[in-house]
Design a protein around this ligand. Structure first.
Ligand SMILES: [Zn+2]
Length: 121
């Protein structure tokens, strides 16, 4: 079953729900309001794990794009925001590195992701 993302119109909570395509939209788990929006789904995920990892990729890519442009502060802000929704080791690690202002030294961009490493002496 696909995962859908909803946003509550009343309290603004964004939440995910696994459900069938024709299931009625769920009420908000926080405030119980039935006014929820289905957020546009970028990916057609069938399970939570692939959903997470695809999202992680998308987040890391976006952060990388900021860094390539030299926008470290934007990357930090973006990652902090992203962590509210997706917490993974790699996102946390990258965010931490940026906050400690050590992103440039020892960071390199591979074809698919930003890899932060410490320079070997
Ligand atoms: Zn709500």
């Amino acid at each position: 079953m696909p995962i859908y993302e909803f946003r509550c119109e009343i309290c603004g909570l964004v939440f995910e729900k696994i459900q069938k395509m024709d299931d009625p939209w769920p009420p908000c788990p926080k405030c119980g309001a039935e006014k929820v929006f289905k957020l546009p789904s970028i990916f057609g995920f069938t399970d939570a794990a692939s959903f997470r990892s695809e999202r992680e990729q998308a987040i890391l890519k976006r952060a990388r794009d900021y860094l390539i442009d030299g926008k470290v502060k934007d990357a930090q802000r973006f990652l902090t925001k992203a962590q509210e929704y997706v917490k993974t080791d790699r996102i946390n690690k990258l965010s931490e590195a940026l906050h400690q202002r050590q992103p440039v030294k020892g960071a390199f961009v591979s074809r698919t992701e930003l890899v932060v490493t410490k320079k070997k002496d």
